[in-house]
Design a protein around this ligand. Sequence first.
Ligand code: AN7
Length: 373
Amino acid sequence: MIRYKGLIDRYRNRLPVDDDTRIIELGEGNTPLIRLENIPEIKDYEIELYVKFEGMNPTGSFKDRGMTMAVTQAVSEGSRAIICASTGNTSASAAAYAARAGITAFVLIPEGKIALGKLAQAMMKGAVIIQIEGNFDDGMRLVKEVAKEAPVSIVNSINPYRLQGQKTAAFEIIDELGRAPDYHCLPVGNAGNITAYWIGYSEYANEATQSCTFCENKCRYECEKQTNVRPKMLGYQASGAAPFLRGEMVDNPETLATAIRIGHPQSWDLAWHASRESGGWFDEFSDEDILSVQKLLAEKEGIFCEPASAISLAGALRDIRSGKIEKQSCVTCTLTGHGLKDPDIAIQQSSAPVIKTDASLNNVKKAILDNIN
Ligand code: AN7
């Protein structure tokens, strides 16, 4: 038996580690790439549509990919503490990997604006939680300032090791599909992830050393039949927190999708570069649209992601319908976090029938017969 030991082990030769580096891992990566079947646009426009379900990582979000790498690096440099600002998922992930490494995690979170599941994770895993009266952007500014004066390693995505870990999601997609998708859709907050995927896709595209799935020669990205070297990168934001759509930083970002309630993205230039170089675009969605696609995905496909994650599928579907995404394309959407992170929102917006009855056979039977289809 070969035990899966996380993405650093799997992609070791593509990551900044040595043979004797102590790897801090929790079996992250290797997440399911699920082909969607029941969304109407798939048939109508002959689209091959996949979701990369990053909610299946150990702490329930894509952040674990970057965190395994960032904490491995911090520990190898002798660091005893890490720090991050977070809308929630980064704090949950930092807390977990710090616990694993036996070091301290300090997490700055915006008071009242983080989903319950994420807060529970950070608390259980023993992070020192600093709730600030401010938003993520305030927290990020403070983290950068305090790290100059205290012995702590920053593990936000301004830490380049984070992006190195996160690029492996693009590797997994190509390794599984045998090709790059035509379009890759992502939610954009701090813009680290879209940057990381672009690094990953570009790294694979620069190599022609693996055998081509079309002609079985070593031409993978030069084969005439292989039309797509790298996907177009499509980044989607919540309308109330959409600096890439406004063309400038946004001071008071607001959205129910608290994960991406960010107005001053740190990877601003890098994300613009990924978007432009790939021939992609940014677009925005209202909170209402985000929640309705979150629900659609759960109801039609049985996949429960958090609101911020649903925006990638919302974007894909709208752009498929409008023709911006061409017919017969292969499209991947990253579902960045698990729906269980934010149970409050799910319960509030659900219209699932909850039938209350006494504990009698007759009434339970009636409830079934009334609702069977
Ligand atoms: C579910 O946890 O910024 O564009 O502090 O949790 O790489 O920032 C979370 C971001 C998308 C945006 N989806 O990714 C944090 C944090 C989910 C997220 C994003 C986040 P980036």
